[in-house]
Design a protein around this ligand. Structure first.
Ligand code: IMP
Length: 439
């Protein structure tokens, strides 16, 4: 195994950061391939908590090659703040490399994100307001500012003027905002360029080199399959492709460079922002799971919507991503429930049944779940370190999930700490550096 992609199999926040961090120990490089600082990865190491938004999750290993790929959109203020914080906590960041072709989030992107949401009113997407959508829109319109532009004052200024021109009307409410002053933006972004220059690189060639040597490269996704701009619950999605195919585009490799695709799924479902969520819970159980699971956004602090496990959506995600393995996180949060519901099909407004994910937005908006009820368990499982330490009903829940999705579960997480993890038999047989994992 050389190229391994890690993706969210639900609506994001599945715990990809923890799993990437865990695998990164045995990898030679970690590369982020899409999204931006709309993502939030929490990693707990030796009781210390790290909240990262842009940094690849391997950054906590000294000197590990950590790449921000061409498919990412970068807010340079967030990136430099993260660098400062890591240095303050004495983390070696020398392995960081930033694609010269990645696009920048500019101050006007954040304003347009805010303005867009305000304009939509009740129909708002519930974005993270980090300027992600407007930055990707400029990229597609070919008026984006790229990392390499920060290294040339003349080019940078010219490109900012060109990017601002078609936005005049939309930015009118901000006309007097000092953040829109051309000279000020240019100077601020040139300063970021100077600050980041030592990390800027041709990251595509770098990743090729690693793969050609047989090094283990982890492609770290952000968000999740159901937030994919093409395949998710459009328009209530993010502006990039969080599915595995984007690992190729967002880093510059071909599909044959990918050997494994690991989907990360919570043992239940969550979603932040607006949009269809067929298994959503509006009762005390949902409230309880939110509190016990600490389901509040790493990036915006918003409380996450909670729902039962949705096998219709998960099967869809498994196929979209060609998942080769599944990682189940937050199993511990389900402890203490008498019965646990699992959604096995959707029911439309007119009673129609859907065993597969419906493409039509109207169906999806009105869909509710048909459930099977599985027996719960009362034990606290956060100290379990191997599958046989799990209660019988917890193991049965996992088997049910695995069989329905048709993808082997390789790893189970029962808490935020890196030690609160157990490999399954299938995991021990396939994971990189499995003997280390087994020990
Ligand atoms: P945007 O990515 O900020 O444009 O937000 C679009 C949608 O994606 C909103 O529903 C956000 O809540 C959601 N979203 C974006 N990033 C994440 C994430 O990392 N986790 C969960 N939801 C996210």
């Amino acid at each position: 195994m050389s190229g391994i992609v890690i993706v969210g199999a639900q609506w994001g926040d599945e715990g990809k950061g923890k799993i990437t961090d865990l695998l990164a120990e045995r990898a030679d490089a970690v590369i982020r391939f899409q999204g931006g600082n709309n993502a939030g990865h929490t990693i707990v190491r030796n009781g210390e908590t790290w909240k990262l938004h842009l940094m690849p999750s391997g950054i906590l290993y000294p000197g590990k090659t950590c790449v921000i790929g061409n498919g990412v959109v970068i807010d340079p203020k967030v990136l430099t703040d993260e660098l400062d914080e890591l240095r303050r906590r004495e983390v070696d960041t020398s392995g960081l490399r930033i694609s010269a072709n990645a696009h920048m989030i500019m101050p006007y992107h954040m304003m347009l994100d805010d303005a867009g949401e305000a304009r939509l009113g009740k129909l708002k997407i519930g974005t993270t307001r980090r300027g992600i959508g407007p930055a990707y829109a400029d990229k597609a319109s070919r008026i984006g500012i790229r990392v390499q532009d920060l290294l040339d004052e003349k080019i940078l200024k010219k490109k900012i003027v060109a990017a601002l021109e078609p936005k005049r009307l939309a930015l009118r409410p901000y006309a007097r905002d000092p953040r829109l002053d051309l000279q000020a933006i240019t100077e601020e972004y040139l300063a970021y360029g100077r600050r980041l220059s030592e990390y800027i690189a041709d990251t595509t060639s770098l990743v090729w080199e690693k793969l050609d040597k047989g090094d283990i490269v982890i492609f770290e996704g952000a968000q999740g399959a159901l937030l994919d701009i093409d395949h998710g619950t459009y328009p209530f999605v993010t502006s990039s492709n969080p599915i595995a195919a984007a690992a190729c585009i967002g880093s510059g490799v071909g599909p044959k460079d990918i050997d494994e695709v690991w989907g990360i799924a919570k043992a239940y479902s969550t979603r932040v922002g607006s949009g269809p969520f067929p298994t959503e819970l509006h009762d005390d159980i949902g409230e309880d799971l939110r509190r016990r699971g600490g389901e509040f956004g790493t990036t915006t602090g918003r409380s996450r919507r909670i729902g039962w496990l949705d096998l219709v959506a998960l099967k869809y995600a498994a196929r979209l991503n060609s998942l080769t393995a599944l990682v189940v996180t937050k199993l511990d949060v389900l402890s203490g429930l008498d019965t646990i519901k699992v959604c096995v099909r959707y029911r439309g407004e007119d009673g129609a049944e859907f065993d597969t994910f419906p493409y039509h937005q109207t169906v999806l908006h009105h869909a509710t779940g048909d459930y099977v009820e599985l027996p719960g368990w009362s034990e606290d499982i956060s100290d379990a370190r191997s599958e046989d330490e799990l209660p019988e009903n917890a193991r049965a829940y996992l088997r049910y999930m695995e069989e329905a999705i048709g993808v082997p579960i390789v790893l189970i997480s029962v808490g935020p700490g890196r030690e609160q993890t157990m490999w399954t038999e299938a995991g021990l047989a396939t994971a990189p550096g499995q003997t280390v994992a087994a020990g």
